[in-house]
Design a protein around this ligand. Structure first.
Ligand SMILES: Cc1cc2nc3c(=O)[nH]c(=O)nc-3n(C[C@H](O)[C@H](O)[C@H](O)COP(=O)(O)OP(=O)(O)OC[C@H]3O[C@@H](n4cnc5c(N)ncnc54)[C@H](O)[C@@H]3O)c2cc1C
Length: 451
């Protein structure tokens, strides 16, 4: 009898646990390395696998939201993460929120119960030979980070993340803003929010008075001048903002024919042009105060924020340069990255990446080739996006409708468009499962743990 294939999974977080589960269902043996509790990270508090380090929310569970579509797809792909979340759900309106301790315990116990999975509590400091999935997350240990840097090239591994707030395009008040590039260089690619002196002063006072998240010491030393939070720039004086991210030079408001006192610029953030990010507005303001301050920007009074700004420690690779759509590294076909280190953002997206890496690694070992899930699905779009996004200033991404390919027949109303995108995603995923299901282990009853 031939020996079953063995895959090393590094990291027992959201992505690593899901990858191990998907492999085990296909009778692939897994050695899962988790360094906790022998060595911890600055934010994890327990020795449980799949520990949620901050919020206990997996965000919206409705199909009118892209993350809700991703939930449903993961359910259909028999996700350990999603079923454990469903079992440990706590009331949270339309959101899927969980009892974090029970959730982590269930995942730990279900993996421990599998013969195919050996859990080794040890920091892995070298990338091993043979099939391997790296899922060590935003707080990857230093020694392994060095190895990853050698593998990918130092310019392709980042250690912090500075995210600017993202606004839903059709909630920007275009009566107050104007489209232009500085000095009219290039097309009218930016949406400019012009401030009068009084508007800027009101904004500045609110910005300086707003509550920020405390910065742990380990993060403080990670900030480089190039990615200071907007409020830190402001603390150096209003002028620093006016010569920095809010500078008005090269811009003329077509309504007044004059240069505004200050400008906040928005840049298109997705192919569908549904999302715009505020350029240079990375911030550590808490979400409530952040929303209040941002609404003082002329044109954003009624804006809907798709994502708020953050600056935090985050180890991640430049996925568009390093990975293919199948999450394999371009240099080594048997080496995969999954989870936050692969350039996704958030618990759900990280688990989704682990799910795909597990399926794809299993397919490569058992079938000799990978058949990627359709791009029209949320999970397929996420993998496609991280491997094909603009590499030059790559930042980890959440799932949004904006990264799912547009419908063949355009639908104007947002709600209806979202419903159609969700329906197409689930239909295409179902037919992919239909074709690949038995090989995937979804219908084979290969699971022996409770679920
Ligand atoms: C401070 C902070 C707050 C966050 N808050 C939220 C939030 O509220 N909501 C949200 O959706 N997302 C949040 N995130 C993002 C969140 O961490 C990720 O979305 C998610 O946990 C990432 O999943 P992962 O599997 O990639 O990594 P993790 O869940 O972090 O798992 C990685 C695992 O690898 C282990 N590990 C690291 N190096 C090694 C090694 N060399 N050998 C063996 N094991 C190793 C770690 O101990 C860890 O258990 C936050 C991140 C941070 C840093």
């Amino acid at each position: 009898m031939s020996t079953p294939p063995l895959v090393t999974v590094i990291g027992g977080g959201m992505a690593g646990c899901e990858a191990a589960w998907q492999l085990a269902k296909r009778s692939v043996h897994v050695r899962l390395y988790e360094m906790r509790p022998v060595k911890s990270t600055p934010v994890h508090k327990t020795d449980a696998l799949a520990e949620m380090v901050c919020s206990n929310s997996l965000r919206s569970d409705g199909l009118d939201n892209a993350v809700g579509v991703l939930h449903e797809e993961m359910r259909r792909l028999d996700s350990l993460f999603l079923s454990s979340a469903d079992h440990n759900r706590v009331p949270a309106g339309k959101a899927l929120a969980v009892d974090r301790h029970r959730f982590a315990r269930e995942i730990t116990e279900r993996l421990e119960a599998l013969d195919e999975v050996e859990i080794v509590r040890q920091e892995l400091t070298e990338i091993p030979a043979g099939p391997c999935i790296i899922a060590t997350g935003p707080l990857t240990s230093e020694t392994l980070s060095r190895q990853i840097r050698e593998l990918t090239g130092s310019e392709h591994l980042y250690f912090y993340d500075a995210i600017s707030p993202i606004v839903l395009a059709d909630t920007i008040d275009t009566e107050k803003t104007f489209a232009a590039s500085r000095y009219d260089k290039g097309g009218a690619d930016y949406i400019n929010c012009p401030f009068t002196r009084e508007e800027f002063e009101r904004f500045y006072t609110a910005l300086m008075g707003a509550d920020t998240l405390e910065l742990p010491d380990f993060e403080r030393k990670l900030f480089f001048e190039g990615c200071l939070p907007i409020e830190e720039i402001g603390r150096r004086g209003a002028e620093t903002l006016l010569y920095g991210p809010m500078k008005p030079v090269g811009l003329t408001d077509p309504r007044s024919g004059e240069r505004p006192h200050a400008v906040a610029q928005l840049r298109q953030d997705d192919i569908a042009a549904e999302h715009y990010s505020l350029v240079g507005f990375q911030t550590r303001l808490k979400w409530g105060p952040q929303e209040e301050v941002l609404r003082l920007i002329p044109g954003l009074e009624n804006a809907e924020f798709v994502r708020f700004g953050t600056v935090h420690r985050n180890t991640y690779i430049n996925a568009p340069r390093v990975l293919s759509e199948t999450l394999q590294t371009r240099r080594r076909g048997d080496l995969y990255f999954a989870g936050q280190i692969a350039g996704t953002e958030g618990y759900v997206e990280s688990a989704a990446g682990g799910l795909l890496a597990g399926i794809y690694c299993g397919m490569a070992l058992l079938d000799g080739g990978i058949r990627p899930v359709p791009r029209t699905t949320a999970i397929g779009s996420l993998a496609f996006y991280i491997s094909h996004a603009r590499a030059i200033d790559y930042q980890p991404t959440n799932i949004t409708f904006g990264i799912i390919p547009a419908l063949e027949e355009p639908v104007r109303k947002k709600q209806e468009r979202r419903e159609a995108l969700a329906a197409r995603a689930l239909r295409d995923l179902d037919s992919w499962i239909e074709t690949n299901g038995d090989k995937l282990g979804l219908h084979t009853g290969a699971r022996r743990a409770t679920g």
